[in-house]
Design a protein around this ligand. Structure first.
Ligand SMILES: [Zn+2]
Length: 105
């Protein structure tokens, strides 16, 4: 049986029974105030700041995995350390924060 795809974006697979939408579309729907006609279409390049953040979050993950410290990463990005802490929090929320970075490789 094929994995059902999200009815909104038709890209991401959906866990059977959970919903007809993937998590991203479900979140978007909730944020939009749960409109009856389903999630609003994904914004493409509508919010460049967010795309940039995601890029940096991923870069932060790579740098952490490479053994860089928070302040080192902050200097590389040219942002305050608190910004990098925020990126790390985003990673931790998704369980993507590299741990034991020095012993891993
Ligand atoms: Zn979706």
């Amino acid at each position: 049986m094929a994995t059902p795809k999200c009815e909104s974006c038709r890209k991401r697979p959906v866990a059977p029974k959970a919903s007809v939408w993937c998590r991203a579309c479900g979140d978007r729907w909730k944020r939009a105030g749960k409109p009856e006609d389903g999630p609003p279409p994904p914004k493409k390049g509508g919010r460049p700041r967010e795309a940039d953040t995601e890029e940096r979050v991923q870069k932060t993950r790579e740098l952490l995995a490479a053994g860089k410290g928070t302040m080192e990463i902050a200097r590389l990005f040219g942002v305050p350390g608190s910004r990098v802490s925020y990126y790390k929090r985003r990673l931790a929320e998704r369980g993507e924060l590299p741990k034991a970075v020095t012993s891993r490789r």
